[in-house]
Design a protein around this ligand. Structure first.
Ligand SMILES: Cc1cc2nc3c(=O)[nH]c(=O)nc-3n(C[C@H](O)[C@H](O)[C@H](O)COP(=O)(O)OP(=O)(O)OC[C@H]3O[C@@H](n4cnc5c(N)ncnc54)[C@H](O)[C@@H]3O)c2cc1C
Length: 403
C-alpha cells in the first residue's frame, strides 16, 4: 500500500481546488438558485473539465477520461471538502449505467445512459421475489417471447423506489427447462406498461420506499434484453458488483463517525460532555479503530486498482465492514441520545443524515436495512470464508445463490 499521492497528483489536486474556488458555490445571480438547479449547472461545467462521469463516453453525456483511480479519488476528496455535487446518486446511475456500458447494446447505451445520469429518468431493480432473496437464482417470474415481445408474469418484492421509477431492470426466467442459473434473462421494462401493479410496503421508519410489484401479462420489446437470452445471471453479477462497491465506500463510514464524535461532544452525561466519559471514550476509540481500518483497506483497494491488480478479499469485505461500522456507530448514538430518542421516534426518516436525535434514529433503522440490501451480512461472510479464505463450503447452504 502506498499512502502518498505523489507530486503529479498533488498538482492535480491544486487544479481541482482552483476549479472549485471559481465554480462552487455558483457566483453572481446564480448563487441564489435552488440546489438542484445550481447542481445541474455545476455538473455540466465539471463534466466539461473532465471531473465527473469520467468513465462514461462523451457521446452518452460523460467526460470520457482515461481510467485513473487516483485522480477519481482526489476529485472525490476535494469535492467532498467543499460539499460540491458529485455524480447524481441513484440505482440507475450507480448500478444500471455501468452495467449497460459493460454489457448493453449500442442503442441501449444511446437511449438510456444520458437521461439516466442527468436524472431525467429513474430506475428500480426487480431482482428479489418472495422466497428468492439470498437464493436469488430460484426466482420464478416468467418471461415468454410472443410475437416479438417479452410477456412477463410474476411478482417482485422489496423493490426500492418502484413507485417513482420510470423503468425497471429485472431478472426473469425465460428458459424454464435450463439449469436454474442458465434459465434467467435480464430485461428492461417501462413502468408505464399496462399490467404493472406497484404496492408500497410501509417500513418501521414510517416511510414506504419499498414495494411489491405484481407483473401480469406485462410486455416489453424483444430487444430490451441486456446480454443474451439465458445469460441474465452473468449480467446481474456485473450490477451486483457496482451495488456492493457503492454501499462499501469508506467515505460514508468516516462521515458518520465524525457526526458521532460531534454528538458525543454536544451530549451531556451527569453534567459533563459525553466524550469525557470513560466508557463512551473507550467505545469511540474501538469504533475509530474499525473506521480507520476500513479507510486504509479502501486505500489498499485503490492502490491495487491503480496498478490493475486484483484487490482480492478486500473487495469482498468492504461492504460487510461498512454496514457493520454504520450499525455500531448508530447504536452508540442511540445510547448517547437516550430518552430523547423515545420522544422523537415518530418522525424518523430512513437514511436521514442529520445530527438531530431524529436523524440518528433514522440512521439506526437504515443501518439495519442496508446490512441486508445487495446480499445479507451472513451471505457476505460465507463469500469471504469460502472464496476469500478458501475455507470448506457450508454444506447446509444453497451453494448456488452467490448472493
Ligand atoms: C434496504 C433494502 C433495499 C432493498 N432493495 C431492493 C431492490 O431495490 N430490489 C430488489 O430486488 N431487492 C431489494 N432488497 C432485497 C434484498 O436484496 C434481500 O432482502 C436480500 O437479498 C435477502 O433476501 P431475503 O430478504 O429474501 O432474506 P433471506 O434470503 O430469506 O434470508 C433470511 C436470513 O437467512 C440468512 N441466510 C439465507 N441464506 C443463507 C445462507 N446460505 N447462509 C447463511 N445465512 C443465510 C440471511 O443472511 C438472513 O439473515 C432490498 C433489501 C433491503 C433491506
Amino acid at each position: 500500500m502506498d499512502l502518498n499521492y505523489g507530486t503529479e497528483m498533488e498538482d492535480f489536486r491544486q487544479e481541482v481546488a482552483q476549479f472549485l474556488d471559481e465554480n462552487w458555490p455558483l457566483k453572481g445571480e446564480e448563487k441564489d438558485w435552488p440546489f438542484e438547479k445550481a447542481a445541474a449547472v455545476f455538473r455540466e461545467r465539471a463534466i466539461e473539465r473532465g471531473y465527473l462521469y469520467r468513465s462514461i463516453p462523451k457521446q452518452y453525456g460523460g467526460s470520457e477520461q482515461p481510467p485513473d483511480v487516483l485522480k477519481g479519488q482526489v476529485i472525490r476528496e476535494e469535492f467532498g471538502k467543499r460539499w460540491a455535487p458529485l455524480e447524481a446518486r441513484g440505482i440507475g446511475t450507480m448500478m444500471l449505467v455501468p452495467t449497460l456500458l459493460e454489457r448493453g447494446t449500442e442503442w441501449q447505451k444511446e437511449k438510456f445512459v444520458r437521461p439516466t445520469i442527468t436524472g431525467e429518468i429513474t430506475w428500480c431493480q426487480g431482482y428479489s421475489e418472495p422466497g428468492s432473496g439470498s437464493d436469488l437464482a430460484s426466482l420464478k417470474t416468467r418471461g415468454e417471447l410472443i410475437d416479438g415481445e417479452w410477456m412477463i408474469n410474476g411478482q417482485k418484492i422489496w423493490t426500492s423506489g418502484a413507485h417513482l421509477a420510470d423503468y425497471m431492470f429485472c431478472l426473469v426466467r425465460t428458459e424454464p427447462d435450463a439449469q436454474k442459473h442458465a434459465g434467467i434473462s435480464y430485461l428492461l421494462i417501462d413502468m408505464k406498461q399496462p399490467g404493472i401493479d406497484v404496492r408500497p410496503l410501509r417500513m418501521m421508519t414510517g416511510s414506504a420506499d419499498f414495494n411489491e410489484v405484481f407483473l401480469n401479462d406485462v410486455r416489453t420489446p424483444e430487444d430490451w434484453i441486456v446480454g443474451k437470452r439465458g445469460e441474465g445471471w452473468l449480467v446481474s453479477r456485473t450490477t451486483l458488483k457496482y451495488e456492493r462497491n457503492s454501499i462499501g465506500a469508506a467515505q460514508q463510514t468516516g462521515a458518520s463517525f465524525a457526526g458521532l464524535v460531534k454528538l458525543a461532544k454536544e451530549t451531556k452525561i451527569a453534567g459533563r460532555p459525553a466524550i469525557e466519559d470513560e466508557t463512551i471514550r473507550e467505545r469511540l476509540a474501538v469504533l475509530e479503530g474499525y473506521v480507520k481500518a476500513h479507510q486504509y483497506s479502501g486505500y489498499r483497494q485503490l492502490t491495487k486498482d491503480s496498478k490493475r491488480e486484483d484487490a482480492g478479499i478486500i473487495n469482498m469485505m468492504m461492504k460487510l465492514f461498512s454496514t457493520e461500522i454504520g450499525h455500531q456507530t448508530a447504536k452508540l448514538s442511540m445510547d448517547l441520545i437516550g430518552d430523547e430518542g423515545l420522544l422523537s421516534a415518530g418522525g424518523a426518516e430512513l437514511g436521514q443524515r442529520s445530527s438531530s436525535a431524529q436523524g440518528w434514529i433514522g440512521q439506526y433503522m437504515y443501518s439495519l436495512g442496508i446490512a441486508i440490501a445487495g446480499g445479507t451480512a451472513n451471505i457476505q461472510r460465507n463469500v469471504i470464508a469460502e472464496r476469500g479464505l478458501g475455507l470448506p463450503r457450508d454444506a447446509a447452504a444453497d451453494r448456488s445463490s452467490g448472493k
